[in-house]
Write a protein that binds this ligand. Sequence first.
Ligand SMILES: [Zn+2]
Length: 137
Amino acid sequence: MDGLHPAAGSQKLSEIHGNIWKVRCTECGHVGANRAVPIPIPPHCATCNGLLRPHIVWFGESLDPVDLERSVSAARSCEVLLIVGTSGIVYPAASFAALAKEAGAFVAEVNLDPTPNTQIVDVAIQGRAKDIIPALL
Ligand SMILES: [Zn+2]
């Protein structure tokens, strides 16, 4: 969603909440990268001149079913699930820890505060991701 995974070299991504560095045309549906900050107002599609919006999922909108199914499948088939920097209260992503545990995965959580998933994960570490993750590596 924030572009850090691709920047780090991750190649198998399911961005179920979209990507803030992409825009989507409200007319023709074209999706393209846009790293302009600030973005020109109003932003227009280069293809059809329709208005552009962030390519993210806002509250009340549906998740992309393909990305969601890919994520659920990954949670059900992974050996290790690392959950970093999330409150664990927004579904369906909040259910991935339970899905992975049910499938026998080792699940670790890194977050500032305990979450609803803290009680079911194998390891829960409270702290800032920027401090904890480098220490784990
Ligand atoms: Zn367009």
